[in-house]
Design a binder for this molecule. Structure first.
Ligand code: PEP
Length: 266
């Protein structure tokens, strides 16, 4: 679908691929090469980030080289170094080329018990360590059916906004990803009305807790079963600034087709 929307220069479109726990080094490098070539040929002004498993970060960093495809991690721990068996800190992620980190993904919240306060600590430590946090929020199907969507999203996002209240220089670096839990990996995408309603509401929260300028500059991504055939309609929405892509980011052809669905930047 062709989109008539052009992106405002104030928010550079962003597409993030979350590979989750998929891929070995060899396949990650192959995928990185396909994306590097595909993205660099396109000459688009959007920003593209791939978030492979930790084990593939170093190899992918070497392989992406000077490409404009950036690297992100799927999680981080909030301490700097020390006795935290099994954890990885932000400085280590920077060391293997990461620029972004996904925080508070619903799988981390539900399967690994991450709560609001841990996500706030991780957001603050990511900034401290020079990583841009992509903070995921989203309601469950039950919460949506009970009409609680906006309240739940507010409960998830406000602690982060409050923690950043006196850190004005960081406001516009924050990326928010709205990911309805019922749409993640299910093939059930939220309707464009549902998505725009939420994104508009979130931008309002940003305005209330940051200011008008920051609210117009923070990027709000949609995630949840985005595919090449539905991406253009979602990205055409005025408060959607790109996508967080799960399963479709595992195939370079699909991922590149999603990038192609972004409206032009004016
Ligand atoms: C995700 O896990 O962040 C996600 C959006 O997954 P999918 O695109 O597969 O729904």
């Amino acid at each position: 679908m062709e989109s008539s929307r052009t992106f405002s220069r104030r928010r550079r479109p962003l597409i993030v691929g979350n590979w989750k726990m998929n891929g070995l080094i060899e396949s990650a490098v192959d995928m990185g090469e396909a994306l590097r070539q595909g993205f660099d040929e396109r000459n688009t002004s959007c920003e593209v980030v791939v978030c492979p498993p930790f084990t593939a970060l170093h190899a992918l960093h070497q392989q992406l080289g000077e490409s404009s495809v950036k690297l992100g991690a799927q999680n981080v721990f909030c301490e700097e170094f020390g006795p935290y068996t099994g954890e990885i800190c932000g400085i280590m992620l920077r060391n293997v080329g990461c620029r972004y980190v996904i925080l508070g993904h619903s799988e981390r919240r539900t399967l690994f018990g991450e709560n609001h306060s841990l996500i706030v600590r991780k957001t603050m430590s990511s900034f401290r360590d020079g990583l841009q946090p992509i903070v995921c929020i989203g309601e469950s199907l039950e919460q949506r059916e009970k009409g609680e969507t906006l309240v739940v999203l507010q409960e998830q996002l406000l602690p982060v906004l409050k923690a950043l209240a006196d850190q004005r220089e960081r406001w516009v670096q924050l990326v928010v990803a709205y990911e309805p839990v019922w749409a993640i990996g299910t093939g059930k995408v939220a309707s464009t009305d549902q998505i725009q309603e939420v994104h508009y509401y979130l931008r309002g929260l940003l305005k209330e807790h940051f200011d008008e300028d920051a609210s117009q500059r923070v990027r709000i991504l949609y995630g949840g079963s985005v595919k090449p055939d539905n991406a253009a309609a979602i990205f055409a929405l005025p408060d959607v600034d790109g996508g967080l892509i799960g399963s479709a980011s595992l195939q370079s052809k699909e991922f590149l087709a999603i990038i192609d669905a972004l409206p032009a930047v004016d």
